[in-house]
Design a protein around this ligand. Sequence first.
Ligand code: HEC
Ligand code: HEC
Length: 507
Amino acid sequence: MWWNQTTRQLPLLGALCLAACTGADPNQDTSGSGGTGTAGSGGQVDVGGSPAADPFEAQADTSEGLVNVSANLEELLEKGTLAGACDAYWAGDPSDRKAMLLCGKSMFFYESYGTVGVPTILPEMLLTDFEDIVGPGFSKLGMIQDPYSEKKLPLGLAKGAPFGNLESVAFTCASCHFGQLPDGRYAVGAANHNYEYGKHNLMMAVFPLIALLGGEANHDPEAIKVIQPLIDKVNNTPGLKLSLTTKLLPLASAGGQTPQFPKEAEHYYATWKSGTMDFLIEPLPLNDTVHTVSKISALWGVPSDAEAEKAGMIHAMLGFTGGTKSLTRFAQEFVTFGGGDGTPWTVEKVRPLVEYIESLRAPQNPNAPNVTLAKQGEALFAEQGCITCHSGPRGSGLDLYSYEEIGTDSAMKYWLDPTLSGEPCCNAPAPPDEKPTHQLKSPRLVGFWAMKRFLHNGSVDSVEALLCKNGPRGTITEPALGDGGHTYGCDLDDSSKDALIAYLLSH
Ligand code: HEC
Ligand code: HEC
């Protein structure tokens, strides 16, 4: 049937097992932007008698003038020049840092690393015949149309490895890590918490089946609800079903297999909040049998290996389980976990992407909170002990923590290792030096003013709610979705909470 061919069976979803990148990288890249900040936001915090460095000290600008935040999308896309940026860099002077960053930016938006995605006819069909429902460039699902795409694709879907004789599109970093800020500007590195990842996948993979073959009753009712407007349109538009059949015919002869969404998985896809997802779940072949939910992270202020070392971190601690040692490793495993061939993506070849991401900074809050209030918040951040777990670069922690200690939803403890054996499960293509941590990191605390989801599973919808300003949390107890725990600061009075919030929203 469809595109689930044995040797390349990670379709659309397959590009996604990112958090799996746990473990040490023997071949890591130690260059990067480092932590040589200037112009700190002031006030050193005194912890236990010894002055700690300000975790929010401003980082040096290493962007080489690239436009990474702008209200003007064309400007942000360097006026269409990204397409040839890597060819130019690899053919040119290797010490030209600006050329390298342009290549990295081009990779961020347009490189799918040979991962296999979905046959292009599927998104094309949705974008042409159902634009009223999905929006131009899937904008109604939280994506952003690429002004330079002839096929009117969104940023974040780019040409993937060919699927038999069919063209495919696969994910690039931009689908999830590029977005629009509350003030309307676009920003690279933003966590795209508007992206309806689960619903988008159901529309691409489950809808066509039902449209052509029927059988609604065999599917999860919530999943049907998601695709119902599409089904209704097919039923109410004379000739549409026939034209869809014709358009999708090439899929039948492509030799792949329809991805199998068990009802339970369909239900998860239908009900995840925007900006959240599970990567190790059917129809992905890599299924760790635990339902875990992660929110998309912002990629602002990611520490370079050198900075992490200098700060006293065990390594860059990427991913919510904190096991990924470096950005280089993270990028490489995006490829291998996504069904691509990792061989060409050496440290050297991913360096432009890595250095580009390291140059991204959280954009300034246009409604900067009151400075005096934020100063009070800074003092509280120390007094209340927040700083003990958030003292590293941009407020990230230097250690990993147990779910028991933090008290937040613990489904993630079993991530990639349902039996807590200490080894990655399910034939994950993880390097031997990668082990599940069963722990949790304390994330960087920058760019919150532009974020919609908090805690690793995205269960909390504002900083106010995190500090229990709207009342106690912990009412959602469904495994993986729980919103309890991390109650630090919840017992403060409202004005102290406001001060802490002002501090958190000021960087
Ligand atoms: C379809 C969505 C999606 C795509 C595509 C995607 N990511 Fe992510 N990314 C996520 C989610 C969700 C998380 C949080 C998971 C976790 O850290 O456990 C994440 C986390 C990360 C982190 C960890 C950040 C931190 O501070 O711990 C890095 C680094 C990252 N992604 C880089 C990339 C790069 C580089 C690409 C492109 C090669 C990419 N991602 C593509 C969804 C995506
Ligand atoms: C014992 C260590 C510890 C202490 C103390 C602590 N935190 Fe955290 N913090 C964490 C960990 C671990 C997480 C990740 C929890 C999760 O995602 O489930 C976190 C998450 C957060 C987040 C959400 C980040 C995100 O991206 O969703 C914020 C905001 C935060 N902490 C602020 C604070 C403040 C403010 C205080 C003090 C009132 C504080 N923390 C005290 C360890 C700690």
